[in-house]
Design a protein around this ligand. Structure first.
Ligand code: AMP
Length: 314
């Protein structure tokens, strides 16, 4: 089943304790689509400028990602500048230049209209809402956002939240959105804003899913949360895009399954962790461009081994 994703396609300047890169291809939709492309067909809606070349295009098309919905505009692509220090648990945004995204009016190509899964990656909630409106018949809508939009675009974001089957955000964002420090109480508050299910990412500590009354259509409410691990890594080179890659693995797996059940959602959380763990091994999208199916399967097994009590080994 195809996923249609709208979000930023960007150039990032990133500084981490492992080095510094300028103008490397990034953006929420980019990391998301690369990760999801290992599970299901992906179609992208975004806008780029003159600085987006055939070489950048190939990063998507080599993975079979459909980019006819990436509009070319005069001007420069979205640029983000961020830095990580210490244990690299949070990016410090040093600059956000929306550039061509400022006047973007997303149009859905005819060939995208039968997409059954919609992912509203991190971008202005006004744009997320416009794409959602143009796709009334999708089976499932999943979305992301960040502090930038929570702080200054709350009313627009509230409209998007009401449309979501699943909201995927990190724990700082969940607390900020709810205005509540305790994560369980924050999750309850966020669920009351619209999303049927909330997946909270904890960076190097994994992710937790919180369920509402309608998380699983036709099934009883799951009353307790589910926690999936992250893989403890000896070296994290660049955390940029880890959250989007988690989302890509998570949603890509969901879209590849016939039905949304609690077991499918739990497995999707593990695949999210798997793709997030690859993303951070290199700068930008480098690692996600070249993961093999075998590596994904092996790492999935590793995730099972590090977290299961009913361990089958010696
Ligand atoms: P993540 O590390 O998964 O949260 O996502 C990082 C990506 O988000 C980077 O590649 C940035 O280009 C992109 N990004 C950063 N700020 C914004 C923003 N305000 N809107 C949309 N995308 C953003």
């Amino acid at each position: 089943m195809a996923i249609l994703v709208v979000g930023s396609v960007a150039f990032d300047n990133i500084e981490t304790p492992h080095g510094k890169v300028d103008d490397c291809l990034g953006g929420a939709a980019t990391h998301f689509s690369l990760a999801a492309s290992y599970f299901t067909p992906v179609r992208v809606i975004a806008v780029v400028g003159k600085d987006f070349t055939a070489e950048h295009e190939a990063v998507f098309t080599r993975r079979g990602i459909d980019i006819q919905g990436i509009e070319r505009s005069n001007g420069l692509s979205f640029h983000w500048t961020g830095a990580y220090s210490g244990n690299m648990d949070e990016a410090k945004t040093l600059g956000t230049d929306l550039n061509v995204f400022e006047t973007f009016d997303p149009k859905i190509p005819e060939a995208y209209k039968d997409s059954e899964f919609l992912f509203l990656a991190n971008i202005d909630p006004v744009l997320q809402a416009r794409v959602r409106m143009q796709m009334p018949n999708v089976r499932m809508v999943c979305g992301d956002t960040m502090n930038y939009w929570i702080a200054d675009h709350a009313a627009n974001l509230a409209k998007v939240l009401r449309e979501l089957d699943v909201l995927l955000i990190n724990d700082g964002e969940a607390r900020m959105l709810a205005g509540e420090r305790n994560l369980v109480l924050a999750a309850q508050k966020v669920l009351s804003m619209g999303p049927k299910t909330l997946v909270v990412k904890h960076g190097e500590y994994g992710a937790t899913a919180f369920f509402g009354e309608h998380s699983f259509p036709g099934k009883a409410k799951v009353s307790h949360p589910f926690r999936a691990p992250a893989l403890p890594l000896a070296e994290v080179v660049d955390p940029t895009g880890a959250g989007d890659s988690f989302a890509g693995g998570f949603y890509g797996y969901l879209a590849s399954q016939p039905e949304l059940t609690p077991a499918v959602l739990r497995t999707a959380m593990f695949y999210g962790g798997v793709m997030g763990s690859f993303a951070v091994e290199r700068f930008g999208t480098e690692r996600l461009q070249n993961v093999s199916r075998q590596e994904i399967d092996d790492r999935f097994k590793l995730f099972q081994e590090i977290s299961h009590l009913d361990y089958a080994g010696a």
